[in-house]
Design a binder for this molecule. Structure first.
Ligand code: ZN
Length: 132
């Protein structure tokens, strides 16, 4: 199984655990790190809506909690006819830990539907390099 297939399998698996009783929009995200590890997260909504967290944010939290700081690839899975890509906030969250050429795969349960670089999704971005 190639790494993209592994990411897809991890994201599909975690999507099933998404807590989305309000939007009914379940998302799974999987991150491949520069050391070859995979971390996954799902969206976790809250009755106090702004307290909810995106799948990508939770995957990043799992990655950082494990001591990993370098993203090599991101894959998201969601349902529906409209292509689902990372929200603006998550594009910035990914920017903290990824180079601009890192691939971001937008998928559904059947497979990858579109591939972007971080720079395509977040052009002219602000990142850690601005603060050094
Ligand atoms: Zn998001």
């Amino acid at each position: 199984m190639d790494r993209i297939a592994e990411l897809h399998a991890a994201a599909v698996a975690v999507q099933q655990n998404a807590h989305a009783p309000y939007s009914h929009y379940k998302v799974g995200a999987a991150i491949l790190t520069s050391t070859g590890k995979i971390f996954a997260g799902c969206n976790v909504e809250n009755a106090a809506y702004p307290q909810g967290a995106c799948a990508e944010a939770n995957a990043i939290g799992a990655m950082v909690s494990a001591g990993e700081l370098k993203i090599a690839a991101v894959l998201t899975v969601c349902d529906g006819d409209v292509l689902g890509t990372c929200c603006g906030g998550c594009r910035q969250r990914i920017r903290e830990f990824a180079e601009l050429d890192v691939p971001i795969y937008a998928s559904d349960r059947n497979g990858v539907r579109a591939t972007f670089t971080l720079e395509e999704l977040l052009p002219y971005s602000f990142g850690p390099d601005h603060l050094h």
